[in-house]
Design a protein around this ligand. Structure first.
Ligand SMILES: [Zn+2]
Length: 215
């Protein structure tokens, strides 16, 4: 979606879904620190979907997974980005780039994140990375909402990262609408693909469409 150079940087062909990307991604030695951090998180979140399915097979209210320690728990390492990256954000062209800025303090990414999950999160909506990680690190309102929020976060991070790289390589910028539509489509396809996997999953599309309509 973000052009040849952007996807090459991640070692991921354009048409791959996030899940496919994780399975097929090759480890590469990236020059950019921030990208290495994303790579690290990607490899750590391997098996993400399967774990969630196992987790949801347990009795209601009992969650066996430990999302916080092995998946998107990056707050400490994100601090490293802040000190090692000293360039202006290519998405808004006005603020130094850092993890906290990209996800989702930036005016560009904040708009995307709000459009995607503003309706789902309602009063819990936040653009603060630390708050978000804390939120997705434990079961949220309902199993399906937890799943949708985690998956949307993962998909949004990927889309934004690819757009960021594409711009750095001089490609034509995509507007927020294009990224919102891309992530939205990815989430819908994901929810469609897991629909038959359990009682919680068949609520997924309804949940997504319901909250998307409000935004
Ligand atoms: Zn920005």
């Amino acid at each position: 979606m973000l052009g040849e150079r952007g996807s090459l940087d991640m070692g991921v062909p354009d048409h791959y879904t996030v899940a496919e990307a994780k399975r097929n991604r090759r480890r590469r030695n990236h020059r950019v620190v921030i990208l290495n951090q994303i790579e690290e998180e990607l490899s750590k979140s391997g098996g993400y979907q399967d774990e969630d399915i196992v987790l949801w097979k347990h009795a209601e209210g009992k969650y066996m997974g430990n999302f916080s320690t092995r998946r998107l728990q990056t707050t400490d390492r994100m601090q490293i980005w802040n000190t090692s990256i000293n360039t202006t954000c290519v998405l808004c062209n006005s603020t130094p780039e850092s993890c906290a800025h990209l996800f989702f303090d930036c005016s560009y990414t904040r708009k995307i994140w709000r459009s995607l999950v503003g309706g789902l999160m309602q009063d819990s909506f936040t653009t603060d990375w630390s708050n978000l990680i804390a939120l997705v690190s434990k079961p949220w309102l309902t199993p399906i909402k937890t799943f949708v929020l985690r998956y949307t976060l993962q998909a949004a991070v990927h889309a934004i990262w690819w757009e960021r790289n594409a711009r750095r390589h001089g490609e034509k910028p995509k507007d927020t609408y294009a990224l919102i539509m891309f992530v939205d489509k990815g989430v819908r396809l994901k929810l469609l693909s897991v629909k038959e996997k359990g009682k919680h999953f068949n609520e997924g599309l309804t949940t997504w469409f319901g909250t998307r309509l409000n935004t």
